[in-house]
Design a protein. Structure first.
Length: 189
């Protein structure tokens, strides 16, 4: 390895530490997120990645997201890592970021085209996971990206639960208020 590359990686790794919490910057309006919505096939919960393929396990991007290290995630994305790839459970890097509560990583993924409409094998969306793990700031950020899209707000998992029904079952007043404020439907058929 050349000296320049070694210095780059050494300095990058010294500057990054997993699990560092940073403030979440909320955009002024939904227009900043419109490009992040997905066209999805609701009937195909298992095979709806962009390239139609599912990985046998977590990719290096999945692993980087799970550490919460946004600088490493950025490096991988700059080298063409697929931000919408799926592991064998159907999790995308975005879903992993939501589950792990990694707000800065979530922002990086959204800025690189991560799509909100992708679901895991149980048909859980990013909104489902944000509600389930009480990630209220992440939930609000994701809702801003939904831009009122009812198909994202009212998506049902394999058990027929919407993000709102999960919030109600959990007794999460904050999540219920957020979902209703952004247009989730109370009476969905």
């Amino acid at each position: 390895m050349s000296r320049g590359v070694e210095d780059f990686w050494t300095s990058t790794l010294k500057e990054t530490t997993p699990f560092v919490s940073t403030a979440l910057v909320i955009p002024s309006g939904p227009k900043e997120c419109r490009g992040h919505q997905a066209t999805r096939n609701l009937g195909d919960a298992v095979d709806n990645s962009e390239n139609g393929k599912m990985s046998a396990g977590p990719t290096v991007l999945h692993r980087a997201v799970q550490t919460g290290n946004s600088k490493v995630v950025c490096l991988l994305l700059e080298h063409n890592a697929d931000c919408n790839s799926r592991d064998n459970t159907g999790l995308t890097p975005l879903l992993c970021a939501v589950i792990g509560g990694h707000e800065e990583v979530l922002e990086v993924l959204l800025s690189h085209g991560a799509r909100l409409g992708y679901v895991d094998n149980a048909h859980w969306s990013a909104l489902h996971w944000a509600v389930f793990h009480s990630r209220h700031r992440i939930l609000e950020r994701l809702l801003r990206c939904c831009d009122g899209d009812a198909s994202l707000l009212n998506i049902r998992n394999k058990d027929g639960e919407t993000p709102l029904s999960i919030a109600v079952s959990a007794g999460s007043e904050v999540a219920v208020k957020l979902l209703l404020e952004f247009g989730a439907t109370v009476n969905t058929e």
